[in-house]
Design a protein around this ligand. Structure first.
Ligand code: UD1
Ligand code: CA
Length: 456
């Protein structure tokens, strides 16, 4: 039987107090519903149906993908009604898993366990034991301890309210079962809603066994209703990432002060200091050290590289044994060859910095190609923009650029050439030549300084 997934995501999320639909609020940089969709994908779901309502246009725009089918639920009449909207699009011979757009941390392992537990002609329910079951639907079991029904908080008797096993909302059914049960739901209950949970009672009465599996942790079935809960799950997620990294051989100065918002691939003996953020895909090779408060987004960092405090790197590639920062900003298209150094308050963009080259202090290197072992003095600026177009600067191997020089692109400084400090270079400098554009120093011996005129 092929698997289809329905993700309920039509609710408003009033308690978020936000113009953004709840399921689009980011957790680890990805919309809540995006996490659920990715988990559904990991189960090899044949198709994913997203039931949307509030903020439908925004949700569609952000989550559209080839394997996602959007189902509009115009009015939110309950979880049973929501699933019913998707029913016509489901293959009658499929198995169906129901997930929630605002329950982002549900794991692939737990869902696989649930699906494996359900035998043909049964249905499956994911439950969890909560010390404080307040607000959740309670699981009612019969004398044989088989699941018999779910009673919502608002419909429960005082005795039922003491039950701590609750409904996570996540369940597995066949489309054929749903076709039979959904039309029988009524909204004759405390909330006037069509409860999906009522199908449990229908299943039980017709003799269908409800296989149940307990979630591993409460966090993975926790929903987000307000920003406090969102922050709680964000920390839980980040803690998981930190634990995975530490077990993989990364030393974290403090696992509680790390944020991974994407995919961080690591090797052995990496050290990451506090307050670092990793976005997109970041690859850190063996022996890399990342100092405190760095931001790395879509970066590959070669072995033995040290990125010092407060550096920001985006869309760049570091070959290895590099030194970067503190306070360096490597913008997209920066490529450092082995052992190249980019120091404090240096900004680079679309630039190739050759092996062993140094740009140690206070420089802007944009649209440039810097050869091996070139030395770029403090305060060097590539003037790459003429107000209309960007131009290239080329600096040959072992060239020496004196401090506070401006290189007006397009311009080429030859290999081994020297540029005197304070020069403005607008013409090409041949190999091994010296170029200085600095004005001659005027000098007067024993020069009398002006003195202040006495008041009249
Ligand atoms: C539901 C369950 C409850 C369970 C709890 C777990 C029902 C009747 N109750 O309660 O047993 O313990 O989840 O969190 O199912 N939604 C729609 N369309 C609707 C209504 C809801 O898409 O018409 C979506 C919501 O956006 C939300 C999810 O379904 O993501 C759950 O709906 P909600 O109203 O929050 O259900 P609960 O009262 O929490
Ligand atoms: Ca809820």
């Amino acid at each position: 039987m092929s698997l289809e997934v329905v993700v309920l995501a039509a609710g408003q999320g009033t308690r978020m107090r936000s113009a953004l639909p709840k399921v689009l609020h980011p957790l680890a940089g990805k919309p809540l519903a995006g996490h659920v969709i990715d988990t559904a994908r990991s189960l090899q779901a044949h198709r994913i149906h997203l039931v949307i309502g509030h903020g439908a246009e925004a949700v569609k725009k952000q989550l559209a993908a080839e394997d996602i089918h959007f189902v509009l639920q115009e009015e939110q009449l309950g979880t049973g009604h929501a699933v019913d909207q998707a029913l016509p699009a489901l293959d009658p011979s499929s198995h169906l898993l129901i997930l929630y757009g605002d329950v982002p941390l549900i794991s692939q392992a737990t869902l696989e366990k649930l699906l494996a537990e359900v035998k043909p002609q049964q249905m499956g329910l994911l439950t969890v034991d909560l010390p404080d079951p307040q607000g959740y639907g309670r699981i009612l079991r019969d004398d044989q301890q088989e699941v018999a029904a779910i009673v919502e908080q608002k419909d429960a008797s005082p005795e039922q309210l003491t039950i701590t096993e609750v409904n996570t909302g996540i369940l597995a059914v066949t489309v054929e079962q749903l076709q039979r049960w959904l039309p029988q739901l009524s909204n004759n209950n405390a909330q006037g809603e069509y409860y999906l949970t009522d199908i449990i009672d229908l299943a039980y009465r017709e003799g269908t066994r409800i296989a149940s599996v307990q979630a591993e942790s409460a966090q993975e079935v926790e929903g987000v209703n307000n920003r406090l809960q969102l922050a709680g799950l964000e920390r839980a997620y980040q803690r998981q990432q930190a634990e995975k990294l530490m077990l993989a051989g990364v030393t974290l100065a403090d696992p509680a002060r790390l944020d991974v918002r994407g995919q961080l691939n690591t090797a052995r003996d990496i050290f990451i200091d506090v307050g670092c953020i990793f976005e997109g895909q970041v690859d850190l090779a063996e022996g890399v050290e990342i100092g405190p408060y760095c931001l790395l987004k879509n970066v590959r960092v070669g072995p033995g590289t040290r990125v010092a405090a407060h550096s920001i790197l985006e869309d760049c590639d570091l070959a290895g044994d590099n030194q970067v920062g503190p306070f360096a900003r490597l913008r997209p298209g920066t490529h450092l060859e082995a052992e190249a150094k980019v120091g404090n308050f240096v900004e680079t963009k679309k630039s190739h910095i050759g092996a062993g080259a140094k740009v140690n202090h206070l420089s802007y290197i944009g649209d440039a190609w810097v050869g091996e072992k070139a030395n770029i003095g403090a305060g060097t600026i590539t003037c790459n923009y003429d107000g209309v177009n960007k131009h290239q600067t080329q600096i040959g191997a072992e060239a020496f650029i004196g401090s506070n020089s401006s290189l007006v692109a397009p311009v080429h400084v030859g290999a081994g050439a020297t540029v005197g400090a304070g020069s403005t270079i607008a013409r090409d400098v041949p190999e091994k030549a010296l170029a200085v554009t600095r004005a001659k120093q005027l000098q007067k011996d024993n020069w009398p300084r002006p003195v202040k005129k006495s008041a009249e």
